[in-house]
Ligand binder design. Sequence first.
Ligand code: GUE
Length: 285
Amino acid sequence: MSAQILDGKAAAAAIKQNLTSRVAGLAFHGIVPGLGTLLVGDDVGSQKYVAGKHRDCAAVGIASIQRALPATATQREIEAVVAELNADPSCTGYLVQLPLPRGIDANRVLELIDPAKDADGLHPTNLGRLVLGEEAPLPCTPNGIIRLLRRHGVEIDGAHVVVIGRGITVGRSLPLLLTRRGENATVTQVHTGTREMAAHLRQADIVVAAAGVPHLVKPEDVKPGAAVLDVGVSRDETGRIVGDVHPGVAEVAGWISPNPGGVGPMTRAMLLENVVTSAERAARA
Ligand SMILES: Nc1nc(=O)c2c([nH]1)NC[C@@H]1CN(c3ccc(C(=O)N[C@@H](CCC(=O)O)C(=O)O)cc3)C=[N+]21
């Protein structure tokens, strides 16, 4: 027996097709959504991610605004580009690619982003709105995970979800989405300080592994039939992605997200959706 595949590539393609028609609807009103990115430094991985986001934009008809600064950029120089993107009417949403170089106060940069243009859904105001149950752009990876589960008919209502990790983008924010009344899951969040991690994992109907530890989730820790989502992006010596989920888990789980081809493409699709939604909101205002 082998797990069913949570195919993020196919799900993202379907979402992008839907976004293409929403973008066409905006064009009818003379509006072209524009995604801005600010990339600081020369990390090859970050360059690839940013390039992928702009390729997606081209495919659905979103304009691209690409800004880059050298690794030596100062806090002030970075903040000046943020101010420019805030003021640029052609930029309806943008993100500052993380991580920023050492010595830069990333939280201070993120706080300066206009919350109405926050494509990542990670601005403190928008995270606060999420806590309060108010409308806000949602964090892309958590939102993508929920959409991927729904598309494949994995029951979230009443499920016990174990989220591994406590990063802002996934570990901290995903439980907020999963415990909304619409999702209605019961969530356990575990991290490197958790005792008996395996005992928690074995209880889970759904496991989301976002720790960044290669092959952390082992087959013997997974309840047979559970859904397992692999968010981890570590790399081996040859540059290939190594996820947080051991390959043997596919023999035990009921559903599994491949990596690559699972959560990553969904994250990008949700980024585009945030940009289109904020352009639609601006058009109504
Ligand atoms: N402000 C900010 N927002 C982000 O959303 C953000 C960020 N910073 N910093 C880095 C992480 C990482 N991230 C990924 C998105 C898509 C894939 C993705 O689509 N991966 C492909 C494969 C890509 C490959 O092979 O290298 C896949 O999983 O199939 C991966 C990683 C977004 N991040």
